[in-house]
Design a protein around this ligand. Structure first.
Ligand code: KIV
Length: 274
């Protein structure tokens, strides 16, 4: 698809997302972890850029998000901050950064905002996190909720599975979403939940829902950038449509480089100095 300059150049902020929902404008969200890609993602007009703890999977090679530290998020957040001008910049609160008491959580969230330049933080969990979300919002920190599949709970869950499949689990998700809205969250990520439940939640709250594996009824969609770019042929959950064959393209570029070096055709005369 040819690149056309986006039509919505105004800066995105947490309150403006609610207006987008009211206007029926779908929100387009992506992760980014470094300066050059964040610059491209921002230029493309993506509304929300998340420095997610998926960093652990797609950049640091941990295999899951559990080991990711606040300092690791901060390093990547600062790089992304230098690039982002229009999108709302959200930083994930990694596992362990909000589990040891509200004061610790506020201190850690403030580091993301003050040192890292995040405009909002995201944290996983529903009713259990409601008091904490209230506290963070009281401290002037914009908070994005995250319910459904919460990858930081992998050791408790045992596997990444669709959440909210029984009537009571679906009811709990709906209650969680309402409670997060009441606590002051400005948006909620819905991860890997049945599309009917995601649509019901979307209709039941006035703040935007951002879906990943939650169907087209959400107010916005988020993908992990590396999944969108098709960078890992071994990781293709059905919700993560690759919009590009990145792994193959990179391999082909590397093969061309290898061939050119071995054949002595790289560098050419015009690629060297006299
Ligand atoms: O860390 C992340 O990338 C996320 C998104 C999947 C929402 O939390």
């Amino acid at each position: 698809m040819p690149y056309l300059k986006p039509e919505r150049p105004e800066k995105v902020n947490a309150p403006s997302l609610k207006t987008s929902k009211e206007r029926g404008e779908r929100l387009v969200c992506l992760t980014a972890y470094d300066f050059p890609t964040a610059r491209i993602v921002d230029e493309a007009g993506i509304d929300i850029i998340l420095v997610g703890d998926s960093l652990g999977n797609v950049v640091l090679g941990y295999g899951n998000t559990v080991p990711v530290t606040l300092d690791e998020i901060l390093i990547h957040l600062k790089a992304v901050r230098r690039a982002v001008q229009r999108a709302l910049l959200v930083a994930d609160m990694p596992y362990g950064s909000f589990h040891t008491g509200a004061d610790d959580a506020v201190r850690n969230a403030l580091r993301l905002v003050k040192e890292g330049g995040a405009e909002a933080v995201k944290l996983e969990g529903g009713h259990k996190r409601v008091q904490l979300v209230k506290r963070l919002v009281d401290e002037e920190i914009a908070v994005m909720g995250h319910i459904g599949l919460t990858p930081q709970s992998i050791n408790k869950l045992g596997a990444y599975r669709v959440q909210g499949k029984t009537a009571s689990a679906a009811r709990q998700l709906l209650d969680d979403a309402r409670a997060l809205e009441d606590a002051g969250a400005f948006a909620i990520v819905l991860e890997v939940v049945p599309r009917e439940i995601a649509s019901l939640i979307t209709e039941s709250v006035s703040i935007p829902t951002i879906g990943i594996g939650a169907g087209a009824g959400c107010d916005g969609q988020i993908l992990v950038l590396q999944d969108l770019l098709g960078m890992d042929r071994d990781f293709r959950p059905k919700f993560a449509r690759p919009f590009f064959d990145g792994e193959r393209c990179v391999l082909e570029a590397l093969a061309s480089f290898d061939q050119a070096v071995k054949a002595g055709t790289f560098p050419a005369l015009e690629e060297s100095y006299s």
